[in-house]
Design a protein around this ligand. Structure first.
Ligand code: FES
Length: 155
């Protein structure tokens, strides 16, 4: 996927509020991600400069917390369960269908940034397997044919 240039002035206006605040790293990262949808790699050095940290410290925090992303995300996030209960009911074929329909592999985002496809260990609704979640909405007893219908609902 191609890198997207960020609007530096939007980044600078966030950083201006936190100059020298070493303890503000998480808040700054949340604000940056809120603004851009992810933490752009080119922002890491500027964040480090502003908070008087090393870039590796900023990078370490971004990669430690699963809430932060280093690449642009799709407008819609599709999570397919890979847990055992879903697996035995055909979860793997549901994942394959999602990959085929979207033209991406798990962990990837479509070229038009419409979808990001992820897998999770369990979505906590095992009795309804195979389960997927799109933008927080649960769909139970899914199958490859239903995937197309479900995904068509999202722009
Ligand atoms: S194993 Fe899929 S929801 Fe629990």
């Amino acid at each position: 996927m191609q890198a997207v240039a960020i609007d530096a002035s939007r980044l600078e206006s966030i950083l201006a509020k936190h100059k020298g605040e070493e303890g503000a790293l998480i808040s700054v990262l949340q604000e940056v991600q809120g603004e851009f949808g992810y933490v752009p790699k080119e922002a890491i050095e500027r964040i480090a400069d502003t908070l008087k940290l090393f870039p590796c410290q900023v990078y370490g925090v971004v990669t430690f917390y699963s809430q932060f992303y280093l690449t642009p995300r799709g407008r819609n996030t599709v999570r397919v369960c890979r847990g055992t209960a879903c697996h035995v009911r055909g979860g793997r074929s549901v994942l394959r269908a999602a990959e085929q329909i979207l033209g991406i592999s798990e962990g990837d985002t479509t070229e038009d940034y419409k979808f990001t496809l992820e897998t999770v260990a369990c979505l906590g609704a095992c009795a309804l397997g195979p389960v997927i979640v799109v933008n927080g909405k649960y769909f139970g007893k899914t199958n490859p044919r239903r995937m197309e219908t479900i995904l068509k609902q999202y722009d």
